[in-house]
Design a protein around this ligand. Structure first.
Ligand code: NDP
Length: 434
């Protein structure tokens, strides 16, 4: 803790993983002898850099960029880029650390990385976004490549930003290396189904978990936080499976629509017009808007899907969800539930799908994009979705099996952490002390 004193989110992520590993170490102590814990918390490399750019009023702006290359035991570093004013070293390290176990769980040959900048894309013109992305990539390109480190999107980084960064990378390298970034538009070598993958994957995972307990999406009331990439496609899949999504949010507040959230309106507002979720009620006068995004957890529901950001669901919110009869929680976002909130769910037998397992569908399809780029071909959306479903089923099976061996079969937090850890740790041992 003293080593990472000011890195609160990073310490939180380490504690969550290490506590889950205790039952594993009780049975297999060679991981301790090999100093795997000491090694795994130290990134292989961390770069921080200046990102200068010029805004539309000709003012020079400076942001701070990061890339953490956390672990390459099982493949090239892989993980998204986040553009958000809250980005700092602690957040990038927590996300990179989570990525180690998540990427391992997908069963694909990908190591772990993460990056981003404290740049706020909100309210910026398209030209400003492009100039920022070009400046960011001018530095980042020194550290990445299809066989070394392959970034993707995250909060504030979608196909548009990836497109601008890909263009700049191509220009600086002087060659077309499609496999250097994932999350590209399909015309530039992006995979069909990538945009939908994290949200769909979360619902596929939760569906496996609840079906095991004779529950289902059909007829369930569902609350999904956020209204960004993960949230929109989690809502879409939950609706396809017969669930009724009644609330979603953004950082300014949440909407409740007891007729069922109209996804067409959310997509129009968020994907096409870049507007706030409060505008939803202009299109649906029967719906309600409430200030304060966190309040969304007071809406009674059967299934809660936190899909916005870290620590958005705290102990109080968890207790309210439990009092209102929630049966299952699936994390689409990274670490959206605090440690205390997870304890509340576990004590009250609420089925709980941890983010690093439940939201692994995004990076899994990113790895499929890398495979398609290497082979210079593209699979159909149906083929990608079929593979995604199989991967999510496999992650659930593996997490449950480890939970059963080391804890109890419903503790998917322990199960996912141990399953993800073992593969990476065993490979690190095979590769020697490096
Ligand atoms: P987006 O930027 O597309 O969307 C984020 C959404 O969350 C926005 O609607 C945002 O609102 C909202 N939000 C942010 N903070 C809060 C808050 N405090 N309360 C309520 N809503 C809030 O990001 P993504 O959908 O891509 O990512 C969401 C989460 O999923 C992140 O934790 C990310 O790391 C994780 N994730 C994403 C993957 C992907 O493939 N994109 C893969 C795996 C994990 P506003 O617009 O007001 O900021």
């Amino acid at each position: 803790k003293t080593r990472f004193e000011h890195e609160h989110e990073f310490i939180q992520a380490i504690e969550e993983v290490f506590c889950s590993l205790i039952p594993l170490f009780a049975k297999e102590d060679h991981y301790i002898e090999q100093a795997i814990l000491e090694r795994i918390v130290e990134p292989e490399r961390l770069v921080s850099f200046r990102v200068p750019w010029v805004d539309d009023d000709h003012n020079i702006q400076i942001n701070r960029g990061f890339r953490v290359q956390f672990n390459s035991a099982i493949g090239p570093y892989k993980g998204g880029l986040r553009f958000h004013p809250s980005v700092n070293q602690s957040i990038i390290k927590f996300l990179g650390f989570e990525q180690i176990f998540k990427n391992s769980l997908t069963g694909q040959p990908i190591g772990a990385g993460k990056g981003g900048a404290d740049f706020d894309p909100k309210g910026k013109s398209d030209q400003e976004i492009m100039r920022f992305c070009q400046s960011f990539m001018t530095e980042l390109m020194k550290h990445i490549g299809p066989n070394t480190d392959v970034p993707a999107g995250d909060i504030g980084v979608g196909a548009r930003e990836i497109g601008y960064m890909f263009g700049q990378y191509k220009r600086l390298r002087g060659m077309y290396e499609a496999g250097v970034l994932t999350g590209k538009d399909p015309v530039s070598g992006g995979s069909l189904g990538r945009k939908e993958a994290t949200g769909y994957g979360t619902v596929y995972f939760v569906n496996e978990m609840i079906t095991d307990k004779q529950l289902c999406f059909a007829g369930s009331r569902i609350v999904v936080s956020g209204s960004g990439n993960v949230s929109i496609y989690a809502m879409e899949k939950a609706m396809e499976l017969g669930g009724q999504v009644i609330a979603c949010s953004d950082s300014e507040g949440y909407v409740v629509d007891y007729n069922g959230i109209c996804l067409e309106t959310v997509k129009k507002l968020k994907e096409n017009e870049g507007k706030r979720i409060r505008e939803y009620i202009k299109h649906h006068p029967d719906a309600y808007f409430f200030e304060d995004g966190q309040g969304i957890w007071s809406v009674p529901c059967d299934i809660a899907l936190p899909c916005a950001t870290e620590n958005e669901l705290d102990e109080m919110a968890a207790k309210i969800l439990v009092a209102n009869g929630v049966k299952a929680v699936g994390e689409g976002a990274n670490m959206p539930s605090t440690k205390e909130a997870v304890a509340v769910f576990q004590e009250n037998q609420v089925l709980f799908a941890p983010g690093k397992a439940a939201n692994a569908g995004g990076v899994a399809v990113s790895a499929l994009e890398m495979a398609q780029n290497s082979m210079r071909l593209s699979w159909t959306a149906e083929e990608v979705d079929q593979r995604l479903q199989e991967i999510m089923k496999e992650i659930y099976k593996e997490s449950k099996a480890c939970a059963l061996t080391y804890a109890d079969q419903d503790n998917l937090v322990t199960g996912a952490n141990i399953a993800g850890f073992k593969k990476v740790a065993d490979t690190m041992i095979m590769q020697g002390v490096i």
